[in-house]
Design a binder for this molecule. Structure first.
Ligand code: ATP
Length: 302
């Protein structure tokens, strides 16, 4: 549904790339954390998906469309599919909770009847029923972020992007916001969340994509913020240590080996001993999934 194919971005006046041949695919309904140090490229990834930046090299496909081929005229239509929330909420200060959310529907020309139904529904989803008439300054930070999330998802986008949505919140409020995001994700919206929040990532155990200096250095299902560093000791099966795919801990590779007993050595085995033997997952990581160009051909959402 979101596909980055060797995407590089060098901003004008810069020599170092903000993104350096980044390749990944996110499927419908996934929840994905983007992690990495400040300046590693997380927001740049999100801005590419939102069509606020375009690649210097490579392609971005979202919902079956090559974003480079979307004309300026069609950008607002495209963006209806992509909600966005930020660390600093970005609410309209002189509008109530209800009006902030309803505004997102009004600009799309939705009828008053539709708005009267949709806004209370989404405010209930984010746990803000009863606060419709408050102004942003009459809300806590967590409540303001809930309004921002309600506004981002009221039009039921396929994708919700969140750029450090818990960055201004205390740990327990951050957890509440995570519960809201998970609820929205369970309703079918894919969520891509850039974050520095170690405990949120470690508790959620979702897919983690890690960037460093613009390069994707880890893409791990059920990951943590910082993978456990495994102390190297004399390995029982030396090929595991030497073949662990990039971004995967040795412990993870060992666990996979245990889960695939048919590939474990039962005495001397030519295949296992061969330096070219690959773990099953390593074969999936080579980009073969992208080879058929299905998005391009069928023009439909994946
Ligand atoms: N408009 C721009 N012009 C020039 N350089 C930019 C621009 N936007 C981002 N950059 C640079 O691109 C790199 C990646 O920035 P980005 O904002 O994506 O990082 P980040 O991982 O989101 O950081 P943070 O965690 O601090 O938000 C940084 O070196 C940044 O200075």
């Amino acid at each position: 549904m979101i596909r980055f194919d060797h995407v590089s971005k060098v901003f004008r006046g810069q020599t170092d790339p903000a993104l350096d041949s980044v390749t990944f695919e996110i499927l419908r309904g996934e929840f994905v954390f983007l992690v990495g140090p400040s300046g590693s490229g997380k927001s740049t990834v999100l801005r590419h998906i939102l069509l606020e930046d375009s690649p210097t090299k490579g392609q971005v496909h979202v919902l079956g469309q090559d974003l480079a081929k979307i004309s300026n005229r069609k950008v607002p239509y495209y963006r209806r599919n992509v909600g966005m929330v930020f660390q600093d909420f970005r609410l309209l200060a002189n509008k109530t909770v209800y009006e902030n959310v309803a505004y997102a529907q009004k600009v799309l020309g939705k009828s008053r009847g539709h708005i009267r139904q949709a806004v209370p529904d989404v405010l209930k989803t984010v746990g803000l029923q009863g606060k419709e008439d408050r102004l942003p300054h009459e809300l806590s930070g967590g409540e303001q972020q809930r309004v921002a999330i309600a506004r981002a998802v009221v039009n039921k986008p396929a994708i919700l992007l969140a750029d450090e949505p818990t960055g201004n919140l205390d740990p327990s409020t951050s957890r509440e916001i995570m519960r809201v995001l998970r609820r929205i994700n369970k309703n079918g919206t894919a969520v891509v969340m850039a974050t520095h929040d170690v405990s949120i990532v470690d508790e959620a155990r979702q897919r983690v994509i890690e960037l460093k200096d613009g390069e994707l250095i880890r893409d791990e299902a059920g990951g943590v913020y910082t993978p456990e560093v495994v102390k190297y000791e004399e390995p029982e099966a030396p090929e595991i240590a030497s073949e662990a795919p990039r971004g995967k801990t040795i412990a993870a590779a060992m666990a996979e080996r245990v889960a695939a007993p048919d590939r474990r050595p039962s005495g001397r085995n030519e295949d296992i001993d061969s330096p070219t033997t690959r773990l099953p997952d390593a074969e999936e990581d080579d980009g073969a999934d992208f080879a058929d160009g299905a998005d391009l051909q069928d023009g439909g959402a994946r």
